[in-house]
Design a protein around this ligand. Structure first.
Ligand SMILES: CC(C)(COP(=O)(O)OP(=O)(O)OC[C@H]1O[C@@H](n2cnc3c(N)ncnc32)[C@H](O)[C@@H]1OP(=O)(O)O)[C@@H](O)C(=O)NCCC(=O)NCCS
Length: 167
């Protein structure tokens, strides 16, 4: 059985391991540690199968010049041994639900539109939101509350810790 739950103290190493298993380098695992240390790991959920952590999703604050704050979904990781069983989707859905509960009105993600569109994400340039990385239509936004999306707000900035992914 798969359980989705918030991370707890003591999960840090297992979260590092599952993120590192899903990406070519440890950059994304390091990013999650940096966000946690900075107090900007707003939502951090793990997927547990038979007591083992096999998936993780992080959300951190994103901002636009008007001052509106949303949630940036990144990274999302499922261990290669447990893919295509819906765990990634469960993490996204529970994560977006946690954003709503926290009163966050919008979320963004940089990823494959064919995957994220099923969770309510739409290309963000279409609603006047752009990312810092030239993602184009891979940069997607989801409205989580009525009129929650800051339509036309322009550049969306991720937390400063994301600069560690560059270079
Ligand atoms: C992306 C990822 C989290 C999906 O996890 P998962 O548990 O396999 O996802 P689900 O089981 O919910 O969904 C799988 C479905 O999404 C599709 N899918 C997953 N990633 C996709 C991608 N990058 N592009 C297109 N489709 C994708 C699969 O083809 C599959 O489709 P199907 O259900 O029609 O067969 C996992 O593949 C992963 O960890 N990848 C490496 C890290 C990564 O790229 N993370 C996302 C960017 S931050």
């Amino acid at each position: 059985m798969t359980i989705i739950r918030p991370e707890r103290p003591g999960d840090e190493a297992a979260i590092r391991d599952v993120i590192a298993s899903a990406f070519p380098t440890e950059a994304e695992a390091n990013l999650v540690d940096l966000l946690r240390e900075a107090g900007r790991l707003s939502i951090s959920l793990v997927a547990e199968v038979d007591g083992a952590i096999v998936g993780h999703v992080a959300f951190s604050p994103v901002t636009v010049d008007s001052g509106a704050t949303g949630a940036g979904l990144a990274p999302l990781a499922v261990h290669p041994s447990h893919r295509r069983t819906g765990i990634g989707g469960m993490l996204i859905q529970e994560g977006l639900a946690a954003c709503r509960t926290a009163g966050v009105g919008w979320a963004v993600v940089l990823g494959e539109p064919r995957y994220y569109s099923r969770f309510g994400f739409r290309p963000a340039p279409g609603v006047g939101l752009l990312d810092e990385y030239g993602g184009g239509d891979a940069f997607q936004a989801a409205e989580l509350a009525r009129d929650g999306l800051p339509v036309g707000a322009g550049l969306v900035r991720y937390a400063p810790e994301f600069a560690s992914l560059e270079g």
